[in-house]
Write a protein that binds this ligand. Structure first.
Ligand SMILES: Cc1cc2nc3c(=O)[nH]c(=O)nc-3n(C[C@H](O)[C@H](O)[C@H](O)COP(=O)(O)OP(=O)(O)OC[C@H]3O[C@@H](n4cnc5c(N)ncnc54)[C@H](O)[C@@H]3O)c2cc1C
Length: 482
C-alpha cells in the first residue's frame, strides 16, 4: 500500500527540517566521548574488531586482575586492530609490557565505564536523581528501567522486584516535589505524573518459560500486581517492556490479567510494548485495542521495531522454527508505519507512544496524527537515553512530548543492555549509523518504506486474528505461524 502523496510530502518536509536541525553531532577531540566515537567508527570498518571489542566489553566485569585485562585486550584486539592500521595494533600491543599493563587495564576499565555512562544514567535511583532533574528541566519526560535481564534463582528475582518497589518509592516521594515535576504539556495523559517506570517482566521470576506457561503467568502477575500497587500509591505511570517472542506470550497474558483485574481496571494508561518487526504484531495490536475497549479505561501502547532480531534468528534456526519476524529491515519500517496509523486511529482507547530514533518513522507518526486532526496531547514520542539526543531535541522543540527511556544499574547486569546499544549504533541496518556516520542522502533515508517481496509472501501466512491465549511462544511453528 502506498501513502497518500500529500501526506508523504508533509513527512518528507518535516524529516528534512529535522535533519537540518541536527547540525554537527560529532564530538570534538577534547570531548570525553571522542574515544567512543572513534571505537564505533573502527567497529563499523572492521567486523572482527567490532565482534572482539564487544566480547571484551561483555567479559570485562568478570576480569579481576590487571594482567587478565591486559591479556584479553592483547588477544582480542591486536589482530583486528592490525587490519585497521598497523600502528593501531602496535599501540595496543604496548599493553604486553608488564609495566604498562597496569595503566592499560585502568584505561580500558575507565573507557568501558565511560561508554556505559553514555547509555546508563546511574547505578541507583538516588544517584540518578540529578540526571532525571536535568531531563525534566530540559522538558523531557522519562521512564526509568532497572537493568537486570536474567535471574537464575528466586532470591535474585525477589531482589529485583524489591529494587523496583524501592525505586518507585524513591522517585515517587522526590520528583513530584520538584518544580520540574509540573506537567510539560498540560493535559497530556503521559504527564499525569512525572514518575514513570518500565519493567522487564521476565526477570521477576527465575522460572519464566513457555514450557512453564501457566505458572509463569501466575507468578509474574502476582509480582506485577505488587509493583502496580506501589505505582498506584504514588499516582505514577508504568510500562511493561517487550522481550523475545518466547517470553512475550507470557508477558502479554500477565499484563492483561493484572490490568484487566477488578483491582486495576480503572488504572489509567498502564503501558505495554509491541514490536513491529514481528509478523504477529498486528494481531497483538488488535488484541490490545480490544482489551482496552473491554477494560473500559485506556491503556498506553509503545510501538517499537524490536531489539531481538539477531537473537530470534539464532533461536529459530537452532530449533528449526519458522522465523517469526520480517526478514527485511524495510518491511519492519513499513509495518511500523502501518501500525502507527492504526494506533493513532484508535487513540480514544490507547495513548500511542512511538519508540524510535528513525526520523522517517517519527515524522510519519507526527504528520499522520495531524492529518486526522489529533494534537500533540494525543500521543508521545520515546527515545533511549544516550542514543539520539539531537533527534529527540529537534522533535521536543516542535512541542512534541518526548519521553527518554532511562536505564539504571550496575555495570555487570547492564552489560547485555550496553552491548545491544553498541550493536544498534554500529549495525549496517541502523538508521542512526546512516544519520551520524555515513551521511547518506537525506532523501534516501526519508523514502517511504514498503513491505518487501520476500516478506509479502510470508505475510499471507502471518496471523490476522488476535494472538492465542494458549501457551505458545510466537516463534513456535504451531498456532501462531500457521
Ligand atoms: C524508548 C524505547 C523503548 C524501547 N523498548 C523496547 C522494548 O521494550 N522491547 C524491544 O524489543 N525493543 C525496545 N526498544 C528498541 C527498539 O525495538 C529498536 O531496537 C530500536 O529503537 C531501533 O529501532 P529504530 O526505529 O530506532 O531504528 P531503525 O534503524 O530504523 O530500525 C532498526 C530496527 O529495524 C529492525 N531490523 C533490523 N534489521 C532487520 C531485518 N533484516 N529484517 C527486519 N527487521 C530488521 C530491528 O527491529 C532493528 O532494531 C525500545 C526503543 C526505544 C526508543
Amino acid at each position: 500500500m502506498t501513502l497518500d502523496p500529500l501526506l508523504n510530502t508533509k513527512i518528507l518536509d518535516m524529516g528534512r527540517r529535522i535533519f537540518a536541525d541536527l547540525g554537527n553531532t560529532e564530538p570534538s577531540l577534547l570531548d570525553p566521548r571522542y574515544l567512543n566515537s572513534l571505537l564505533m567508527r573502527w567497529s563499523m570498518r572492521q567486523r572482527d574488531f567490532k565482534v572482539n571489542l564487544f566480547r571484551l566489553v561483555d567479559v570485562l566485569p568478570t576480569l579481576k586482575s590487571n594482567t587478565a585485562i591486559a591479556e584479553h585486550v592483547r588477544e582480542y584486539l591486536i589482530p583486528p586492530a592490525n587490519k585497521i592500521h598497523p600502528s593501531l595494533g602496535w599501540l595496543i600491543s604496548l599493553c604486553e609490557n608488564p609495566l604498562l599493563a597496569h595503566v592499560a587495564a585502568g584505561m580500558v576499565r575507565q573507557g568501558v565505564r565511560q561508554m556505559a555512562s553514555m547509555f546508563i544514567a546511574g547505578e541507583s535511583p538516588t544517584s540518578a536523581l540529578p540526571v532525571l532533574q536535568r531531563l525534566r528541566r530540559e522538558r523531557y519526560s522519562f521512564t526509568v528501567d532497572l537493568l537486570g535481564e536474567f535471574c537464575v534463582c528466586e532470591k535474585e528475582a525477589k531482589e529485583y522486584q524489591n529494587r523496583y518497589l524501592d525505586a518507585i518509592e524513591t522517585l515517587g516521594t522526590t520528583i513530584p516535589t520538584w518544580k520540574e515535576g509540573k506537567p510539560i504539556i498540560e493535559g497530556h495523559p503521559g504527564e499525569e505524573s512525572p514518575v514513570c517506570v518500565s519493567v522487564k517482566l521476565s526477570a521477576l521470576y527465575s522460572q519464566t518459560s513457555v514450557l512453564n506457561f501457566d505458572r509463569s503467568v501466575a507468578v509474574l502477575s502476582e509480582r506485577l500486581t505488587e509493583i502496580a500497587r506501589r505505582v498506584r500509591h504514588h499516582g505514577a505511570l508504568l510500562y511493561v517492556d517487550a522481550e523475545d517472542s518466547g517470553n512475550n506470550s507470557i508477558i502479554y497474558e500477565a499484563f492483561k490479567r493484572v490490568f484487566g483485574s477488578q483491582e486495576f481496571r480503572d488504572l489509567p494508561y498502564p503501558g505495554i510494548v509491541i514490536q513491529a518487526y514481528s509478523k504477529s504484531s498486528e494481531a497483538r495490536v488488535d488484541e490490545m485495542l480490544a482489551f482496552a475497549r473491554e477494560r473500559g479505561t485506556p491503556i498506553a501502547i509503545r510501538l517499537v521495531k524490536g531489539a531481538y532480531w539477531d537473537y530470534e534468528r539464532v533461536v529459530s534456526g537452532q530449533n528449526d522454527w519458522e522465523f517469526p519476524l520480517w526478514t527485511r529491515k524495510e518491511s519492519s519500517d513499513a509495518h511500523y508505519e502501518h501500525l502507527s496509523r492504526k494506533l493513532l486511529d484508535n487513540h480514544e482507547v490507547c495513548l500511542p507512544a512511538f519508540g524510535s530514533h528513525n526520523i522517517r518513522s517519527l515524522s510519519h507518526a507526527c504528520c499522520y496524527a495531524e492529518s486526522i486532526g489529533l494534537s500533540q496531547k494525543d500521543f508521545e514520542l520515546q527515545v533511549l537515553y544516550g542514543m539520539a539526543e539531537p533527534i529527540a531535541n529537534a522533535f521536543m522543540k516542535r512541542d512534541y512530548l518526548v519521553r527518554m527511556y532511562v536505564p539504571l544499574g550496575e555495570l555487570l547486569p547492564g552489560m547485555g543492555y550496553l552491548v545491544r546499544r553498541l550493536l544498534e549504533n554500529t549495525s549496517n541496518e541502523s538508521f542512526l549509523r546512516h544519520t551520524f556516520f555515513d551521511e547518506d542522502e537525506v532523501s534516501i533515508l526519508l523514502k517511504e518504506p514498503h513491505l518487501q517481496p520476500e516478506d509479502c509472501a510470508l505475510s499471507s501466512s502471518a496471523p490476522t486474528h488476535p494472538a492465542p491465549s494458549v501457551p505458545t511462544p510466537d516463534n513456535e511453528p504451531s498456532t501462531l505461524s500457521q
